[in-house]
Design a protein around this ligand. Sequence first.
Ligand SMILES: Nc1nc2c(ncn2[C@@H]2O[C@H](COP(=O)(O)OP(=O)(O)O)[C@@H](O)[C@H]2O)c(=O)[nH]1
Ligand SMILES: [Mg+2]
Ligand SMILES: [Zn+2]
Length: 331
Amino acid sequence: MTEPRKLLSLQPDQVIMGKTGTATVVRNTGSHFMLSELPRWELFPAVLRGKIRLKGSESTNPVAVGDHVRYEIQDEEASFEHPAVITEVIDRSNYVIRKSTNLSRQSHVIAANIDQAFIVVSMYFPEIKLPFLDRILVTCEVYGVPATIVLNKVDMYRDIAQEQIDDFRRIYEGAGYRVIETSARTGEGVETLREACRDKVCLFSGESGVGKSSLIKALDPSLSPKVGRISETHLQGKHTTTFYEMYPICSGGFIVDTPGLRGFGLVDLEKEEIALYFPEMLREAQNCRFAPCTHTHEPGCAVKEAVDDGRISAERYNSYLGMLEEDKKFR
Ligand SMILES: Nc1nc2c(ncn2[C@@H]2O[C@H](COP(=O)(O)OP(=O)(O)O)[C@@H](O)[C@H]2O)c(=O)[nH]1
Ligand SMILES: [Mg+2]
Ligand SMILES: [Zn+2]
């Protein structure tokens, strides 16, 4: 909490009861929010003022974890009896949403103001599916959230799959993404990951079972195991009962754990827009003869040329073609 006001230094008739401040939403329990003035980790309860609730458009939660809010408190310190009142949500730099799978088309903001997303994958156990990874990377690009790929469980398959690991790095580093190899079991790469998280608000996402919770515990053993409690199946078709939470890492930085890859729904994209969110295609597309270009059949397509001579990986290009095809299905 903020420094107590020095009430004693004021004349009695100048005493102002209550104060205002700015803080970050670190938890949403349903009945109230917990705020902290990051990077300090001193939580205090807060509630919404009615009008913000009304402003919340089609999203089921107008205030999300990661939101920067202004608050007012009546007393010296907020308490559950007298919580702080959130008076304003400051404009978000970015956010990720999850669309409900039912027909209501409602969306739920998972987290806001994310500095870095870590997309956790494993080459095996569970076996990686590149088109799924590419879809999540596209989603991050659309949301304006910088993504880093974490290739976890390397202890389990490095001996048998070094070549595949090298290929994986070639594909994704070539596309412009950082790849960090880790093992939550042996601790390999954990220090690198810790550095990448330092002083940032981070989002961990990835298929169930890839080791997100294990990595978070490897980063900070004091964090509670309930980090990974939200399961993807639990979320299907629901949109109001899930609450996300931010966890402080002792070495600096904050993590929001999210459920599997389907956890954040694909955004609505027009066919012509998809290539804009493959950074390496965007780079090459400037040299296409026609604009717009779908990069499929057009003569003088610089993207296809780049695929042919290996500057764009065939795997990424295939994911792109798949997204063009399945476009409608993912809405
Ligand atoms: N060998 C090995 N197993 C791991 C590693 N990371 C996680 N696991 C195991 O994989 C399983 C799933 O891990 P968990 O952290 O729950 O995955 P989450 O669903 O992504 O949160 C657990 O049995 C972990 O012990 C790793 O780096 N190496
Ligand atoms: Mg988990
Ligand atoms: Zn083209």
